[in-house]
Structures are given as structure tokens and as C-alpha cells.
Design a protein around this ligand. Structure first.
Ligand SMILES: O=C(O)CCC(=O)C(=O)O
Length: 346
């Protein structure tokens, strides 16, 4: 049984109290931080695109978000990315991450202007089943984000009871810095060592509730045991005066130029290339953790271990180093061929 989140709604207007609680617990759970109707309107846009992708059951109303499990797919598979691109470009998604209620909370907590990372993550998590499980494993964000200390806001698009795969975290786990990790299937391709049994906290979310956490707070998702697609986004915020890693000012997986993202936007120009006007201090991404992760994954794959597959997929598609991409693609082919041969024998 997970314990409930400590509720920080009553201190959301008090910057010093927010900073003290973040320092102590590593997370803040705030009910109704975003207007429910605005979150539901964004959910509507996501569901429309999910329906177009064929991810929803045709015999149920789109608004229910009932997943067609026969079409289950995940990031970064081509079947997923092909449809995901239109979601990621949605102007309303990017405007939501800049919502004054969110940015205002961070600025109160920081006591100075915030930089909203241009990069954000949007997720469509199909229900977990015997043949398919894409539950995000336990991890710390710093490994993937670099730069100065940053904080995530995790926002479910719609009501998200724990059974639909909400987020859960380990209070106080942020204090020990980056912890040892191992290779794992799923988002990010790695997981923090240690299981933290009995320490996890989580609550049911209503549309508009937000959980905010630091880049070293250990967190993971709960399995989606509903019949619905769990849709959410997570965005990052930091002090403007701190450095931001170059990877955080790119689009997701560097899939587009920003001009392609902006091409379909109809609103004012204020959110276009805003980080340049703000004078963000951009620094190279610290690759030390990825180098370690990838070396372990290559080694496992050389020994035929399928556990390396999700990590290799990421490297093959997204690593800036061409030699690493080629090596990952070659190992993927070998793994898949070996798997197909075993399946034939069985
Ligand atoms: O939404 C999820 O499944 C995982 C989210 C997460 O790990 C994050 O926001 O850092």
C-alpha cells in the first residue's frame, strides 16, 4: 500500500513554505493548480489525435479514452512516433506548460524568474497487459536533463486515479544526489537501484492537480490497470540564472526544428524562441550517465540479453554520435534475429 502524497495546496501561495517543503520532501502535490476546464480542453485535443491514430476503441465514445489494446504501441517505436508528432506540436500543450499558475508557483518558490524548458514530454500510456507493459520504472530526471537543478511538473490530462497509472515518488530521496542505476526496459532505458519498499507515496489526481518534484527525487509510474489510455505531460522549470543543458532547448528527441512546431500555431508570438529573449545560459549536456548506461546496454546485448533492447532503440534513434547509433542498430538486428529464431523453435 502506498501512502498518500502530502498535500501542499494550502501553501501554494507562499514561496518560502514551498521552498522549505521541496527541500525537505523533494516534491509538492498541489490540487487544482491548473484550471480543470483548460486541462480537459487539452485532453480533448489529445483524444481526437489518439482516435485518428486508431489507438481508441471505435465502439466507445472518444471522450472515454478507451484504449484499443490491439493497437498498443510505445515511444520510440515508429508506430507510436508517427502519430505522436502531431500531439507534441499542439500549441495548447506548450501554452499549458507556460500557464501563469504553474510558472507563478515556481517563481514564488525560486524567489526569482523561472526558465520554462522548451523541451517537454507528452505521454500516451496504453494499459499494461500480459503482452505489453510500458510502465515508467523508478529513476531520477537529472540523468536525462543535466544543466542546473531543475524541477518537473507532472500533469495528467484528465482525472487519473492511481489505477490509471499516476506518478508515485519517494519522499526525501532527492537528498543523496544521483544514485546508482541499472539497465531496464521502458522509458529512459534505466532504473535506480534499490526498491524503496514501503516508502512510496501517491494519490488519485483530478484534472488540474499537479505534482512537482526535483531532478534527483526518485519517482516512477504506477501500472495502468484501467482500460483507458493514460495521457499526461511533464515539463521542466529552473531558475533563469542557472545553466540549462542544450538538450532541453531542443524539440522532443530533436524531431523537428522549432519553425516546424510553430508553423501551425495561431496565437501570439510570445512563446516562440522565448528562451533567447530571456537570455537563458545554455551549456553542453553532461553525457556521463548516458555513457555509463549505453556501455552496460552494449555489453548485455553482446551477450544476447533482450533487456538491452529499449536502451538500444533509443541510442539507435537519438544518439548524436553516428558510430554509437550504428553499433546500437547492429546489435538490435542481432537481438531480434536471435529472438525470432528462438520463437520459431518454441
Ligand atoms: O508519466 C510517466 O509515465 C513518467 C513521468 C516521469 O518519469 C517524469 O515526469 O519524469
Amino acid at each position: 500500500m502506498v501512502k498518500p502524497f502530502q498535500d501542499s495546496t494550502s501553501i501554494a501561495g507562499d514561496g518560502k513554505a514551498l521552498a522549505a517543503r521541496m527541500e525537505a520532501e523533494g516534491y509538492l502535490f498541489v490540487r487544482g493548480l491548473l484550471p480543470r476546464d483548460e486541462v480537459l480542453a487539452l485532453r480533448g485535443q489529445f483524444l481526437e489525435l489518439a482516435a485518428k491514430a486508431g489507438w481508441l476503441r471505435a465502439d466507445r465514445p472518444v471522450a472515454e479514452g478507451a484504449a484499443d489494446q490491439g493497437r498498443a504501441c510505445k515511444d520510440p517505436e515508429p508506430a507510436y512516433i508517427q502519430h505522436f508528432k502531431a500531439m507534441w506540436k499542439l500549441e495548447a500543450l506548450h501554452r499549458m506548460k507556460h500557464h501563469p499558475n504553474l510558472v507563478g508557483l515556481f517563481e514564488r518558490m525560486f524567489g526569482e524568474p523561472a526558465l520554462v524548458h522548451p523541451l517537454l514530454v507528452a505521454r500516451n500510456i496504453f494499459p499494461a497487459s500480459n503482452g505489453f507493459d510500458f510502465t515508467t520504472g523508478r529513476h531520477q530526471d537529472r540523468i536525462h536533463i543535466g544543466g542546473g537543478t531543475s524541477y518537473a511538473a507532472w500533469v495528467p490530462l484528465g482525472d487519473c486515479p492511481m489505477t490509471k497509472g499516476g506518478l508515485t515518488m519517494v519522499p526525501g530521496s532527492h537528498r543523496a544526489g544521483v544514485l546508482p542505476f541499472r539497465i531496464a526496459a521502458g522509458a529512459g532505458g534505466l532504473e535506480t537501484e534499490g526498491t524503496y519498499d514501503g516508502e512510496w507515496v501517491a494519490s488519485d489526481f483530478r484534472a488540474g492537480d499537479v505534482v512537482i518534484f526535483s531532478d534527483t527525487t526518485v519517482h516512477k509510474a504506477l501500472p495502468n490497470r484501467s482500460g483507458e489510455l493514460r495521457q499526461s505531460f511533464d515539463a521542466r522549470y529552473q531558475r533563469l540564472s542557472d545553466p540549462v543543458a542544450e538538450v532541453s532547448i531542443r524539440t522532443y528527441a530533436n524531431m523537428f526544428d522549432w519553425s516546424e512546431v510553430y508553423a501551425g500555431w495561431k496565437g501570439s508570438e510570445d512563446l516562440r524562441y522565448y528562451w533567447i529573449r530571456q537570455g537563458a545560459r545554455i551549456v553542453p549536456f553532461d553525457t556521463q550517465y548516458y555513457e555509463r548506461r549505453d556501455a552496460i546496454a552494449f555489453d548485455l546485448a553482446e551477450r544476447g540479453d533482450m533487456l538491452a533492447r529499449d536502451t538500444l532503440l533509443r541510442v539507435a534513434q537519438r544518439d548524436p554520435d553516428a558510430a554509437k547509433r550504428t553499433r546500437a542498430a547492429g546489435l538490435l538486428e542481432k537481438l531480434d534475429a536471435a529472438y525470432a529464431a528462438t520463437a520459431r523453435v518454441a
